[in-house]
Design a protein around this ligand. Structure first.
Ligand SMILES: [Mn+2]
Length: 531
């Protein structure tokens, strides 16, 4: 039966039939050269961020309400320090993604979004991995993904090397999304339909409730959580998680470069990833932490990054073939000067903690764990592990009264965070030979879950014996700057009487290659045996 011409059904069919040609036209437009490309005079951010970036007129992109961005593409603005920060395409992606996600959450439309997070210590690897995962899955796989940076925005200045890397990658720190900026608590994200991807750690943090994890890319020991995640790529050891994120997206990323005009992935993303890899591998130094995956990722990234752009010679030899000219072997044999210089700048900035207080030092690279024991008196212990880029000798000299003030501040820190145990992992270079060194301080306090002072002492003794018994993994030796500790013992003796609530022990760590990645699982196993 023929429907009458004016029926609603007929109108609907006609309307629907116009959609496929529109999609075709829009896809064709997306592949035209930037300068020739006609543009759409309205926002597409709600439909697809990558389509928004590629199809919408520059005038519309710049109209968006970013107080600090006069135009998303290659314009300069001023940051709080008065420095000029050039904003690039990566900035544009982050800013528009953040705005769209926040708007959707306010309207209760979290479904369809994936939040990707690094770990709570907030080093550059965590941030770069999450930003890259979000940008690559959005631009290459058309998935709505947003990076969430767990460090509160007010603490971002504790890691100046991160700020330097953001500057090199041409985005302002304010382009990142932090938990305190969400309109709902993090524990409510899952109930709004938001899914999660984890990079640089492999267990969803408790503050996100029972959220669904769809992907894990990591270089920490597998804790076996989220066995159903569709992507589960955990490779230990690898210098930097950033390298594993690159490896995951490599086929699509490589294919996208062949389309010409730079492709949908901004050059600045390659720069950000390289910066993180340079920090984690000490400038990709041979015999260091870099593995094959790191060299392969770096060899792919370097020619397509803004770092290669700066030195004209590399650009002319590599840009024409999609960045495959540099082999991993040749990069390994000779790291380009630009990379070594960038690594030096980043590492220098990272190691300069002269402006930080003891509280800041404990907080800047910090992870927290709730660890079960066999004891009925204290079934779960709260443990903090701070990595501090400063040797104890220099640190004690910074303190007004050596160990007394240092430990006093550790006491305050532990009380504030209601910690039962705090481990301090120092990392520094020896004065004469510049060799990498590490120390370990273990502090146990009563007053939290451990009520009794003697129990606290027993816990310290048992954990110390376990750590010392770990053999070559840590190779703990006596920390022999004896005068400091003697002075402290004398001081405590003079005070007398008062019951001791804090017990601690200090070691020189003979094996300087072991980091929190090794210490944390070791402590977890020892604490699991406490009775
Ligand atoms: Mn990492």
């Amino acid at each position: 039966m023929r429907p009458p011409r004016n029926s609603k059904l007929f109108c609907l069919v006609v309307t629907l039939s116009t959609i496929p040609p529109f999609i075709l036209i829009f896809s064709l437009l997306a592949y035209l050269n930037e300068s020739m490309r006609p543009c759409v005079p309205f926002s597409l951010a709600r439909i697809s961020t990558s389509a928004h970036q590629r199809l919408v007129c520059p005038s519309v992109l710049s109209q968006k309400s970013h107080p600090f961005t006069s135009s998303v593409v290659n314009m300069s603005s001023t940051n709080g320090n008065g420095d000029s920060v050039k904003e690039g395409r990566l900035a544009g992606f982050l800013i528009s993604q953040k705005e769209t996600f926040l708007q959707d959450l306010k309207e209760g439309r979290g479904k369809g979004w994936t939040v990707v997070m690094g770990n709570e210590a907030g080093d550059l690897d965590s941030i770069a991995s999450s930003v890259a995962y979000a940008q690559l899955s959005s631009s290459l796989l058309a998935e709505r993904t947003i990076p969430l940076t767990l460090t509160p925005s007010s603490l971002m200045n504790l890691r100046p090397e991160n700020l330097l890397a953001f500057q090199l990658s041409q985005f302002p720190p304010s382009a990142l999304l932090h938990p305190e900026q969400l309109p709902i608590p993090t524990s409510d994200l899952a109930s709004q339909g938001v899914k999660f991807a984890l990079v640089d750690h492999n267990r969803l943090l408790p503050s996100f409730g029972a959220g669904e994890v769809i992907a894990i890319i990591d270089h920490h020991d597998d804790e076996g959580a989220h066995p159903d995640a569709g992507v589960r790529e955990i490779t230990v050891p690898t210098g930097s998680c950033s390298s594993l994120v690159v490896r995951h997206f490599l086929p699509q990323w490589q294919a996208s470069l062949k389309a010409g005009a730079g492709g949908p992935v901004p050059q600045e993303l390659a720069t950000l990833l390289l910066s993180s890899m340079l920090i984690d591998t000490g400038g990709l130094k041979a015999g260091g932490k870099a593995t094959e995956a790191d060299y392969e990722a770096a060899a792919f990234l370097y020619p397509i990054s803004t770092l290669a752009n700066d030195s004209q010679t590399t650009l002319t030899t590599t840009s024409t073939n999609g960045g495959t000219a540099l082999s991993s072997a040749s990069l390994q044999a000779e790291v380009p000067t630009t990379l070594t210089e960038t690594a030096d700048k980043l590492l220098e900035t990272k190691m300069d903690v002269s402006g930080l207080s003891t509280y800041d030092l404990l907080l800047r690279d910090y992870k927290e764990y709730a660890l079960p024991t066999l004891s009925s008196a204290f079934p779960t212990l709260k443990v903090g592990l701070s990595t501090v880029p400063l040797g104890l000798k220099k640190w004690l000299e910074k303190e007004e009264d050596g160990w007394t003030t240092l430990l006093g501040e550790v006491d305050d820190y532990m009380a504030e965070k209601t910690l039962d145990i705090e481990g301090i992992l120092t990392t520094y270079r020896s004065e004469n030979k510049g060799r990498g060194k590490r120390e370990l301080v273990l502090v146990v306090r009563s007053g939290g879950v451990i009520r009794d002072s003697q129990d606290a002492k027993r816990v310290l003794d048992q954990l110390s014996a376990g750590l010392e018994g770990s053999g070559e993994l840590l190779a703990l030796e006596t920390w022999d700057k004896g005068k400091w500790l003697k002075k402290l013992a004398k001081r405590q003796g003079e005070q007398g009487g008062e019951e001791q609530t804090r017990w601690f022990k200090v070691w020189q760590q003979g094996n300087a290659r072991s980091t929190r990645k090794q210490v944390a699982p070791l402590l977890r196993d020892l604490i699991a045996k406490l009775e």
